[in-house]
Design a protein around this ligand. Structure first.
Ligand code: NAD
Length: 254
């Protein structure tokens, strides 16, 4: 992909304070995009925006919990008013569950996982679409998961939330395909970020998943996910919509 593919594009990246989101924000900025860095962690968001500005790029931040509509609305306002529009939306922010199996999933884990990993991307997509539709162009990329593709990559709540994202990607891709909007997802396998759970935290987790963990393969660097997200976000992927792209060193092929 040439650097100019993203020149002048306005991009929102959620969960951009760390891990895959941070790598994506930096990658899009390097490609010439102006970036709205959104994260729960205000200091982390400022640090990433500072990195982008130090390299000559343009970045703004919004700090807050994206599972609330008012934070999603603030992100959209900041992008439209502060950057000048929304060409790219990367719905990346997410949390892990405690690897609990169906009978052991607490109400708290279920509600929070569905809220952060599924409802939040929906809220922001819904809020951002009018600006994209007005300009007749928009690329939305979701960070799904190996757990979007199979039942053996995490606990039940995370697996359900990430499977739900696949529906959001496909429905959005179909509903807006005649209006210049593309929606896709990457499905990371194991990736070296700070997202983690204590595997001893839930007796149902390691027991149920232990036999499958051997298939995970090489753990990816966040930059490897960022490269795939930047591709899907760009015009280089102009005829790709509704795709769920595994970035997992072949785990999903096992
Ligand atoms: N790391 C992996 O192995 C892996 C594998 C598959 C999928 N994923 C997915 O990749 C995405 C990014 O995860 P990561 O590994 O980079 O994790 P990470 O913990 O390094 O980064 C996630 C970022 O999202 C932010 N965040 C969390 N909840 C938020 C909320 N409610 N509102 C706003 N920001 C919030 C965090 O503050 C953090 O900066 C997630 O959707 C995750 O499910 C990760």
């Amino acid at each position: 992909m040439t650097e100019s593919v993203l020149d002048g594009r306005n991009a929102i990246v959620t969960g951009a304070g760390a891990g895959i989101g941070r790598a994506t924000a930096l990658r899009l900025a390097t490609g010439g995009a102006r970036v709205l860095v959104a994260d729960l962690d205000a200091e982390a968001a400022e640090n990433v925006a500072g990195e982008i500005r130090a390299s000559g790029g343009t970045a703004l931040t919004v700090a807050g919990d994206l599972s609330h509509q008012e934070v999603a609305d603030e992100v959209v306002s900041a992008a439209t008013e502060g950057l000048g529009g929304i060409d790219i939306l990367v719905n990346n922010a997410g949390i892990m569950d405690d690897l609990s199996a169906t009978a052991d999933v607490s109400d708290a884990v279920w509600e929070r996982l569905l809220r952060v990993d599924l409802t939040a991307p929906f809220l922001l997509t819904r809020a951002a679409l009018p600006a994209m539709l007005e300009q007749g162009r928009g690329s939305i990329v979701f960070t799904a998961s190996e757990a979007s593709l199979r039942g053996s990559a995490s606990g039940t709540a995370y697996t359900v939330a990430k499977h739900g994202l696949v529906g959001l990607v496909r429905s959005t891709a179909v509903m807006y395909r005649e209006r210049g909007i593309r929606a896709n997802a990457v499905a990371p396998g194991g990736t070296a970020t700070s997202i983690s759970v204590d595997p001893t935290g839930s007796p149902a987790g390691p027991t149920a998943l232990g036999n499958y963990a051997a298939n995970i393969g090489r753990v990816a660097e966040p930059s490897e996910l960022a490269a795939a997200i930047a591709f899907l976000a760009s015009d280089a992927a102009s005829n790709i919509s509704g795709a769920i792209l595994p970035v997992d060193n072949g785990w999903s092929a096992v």
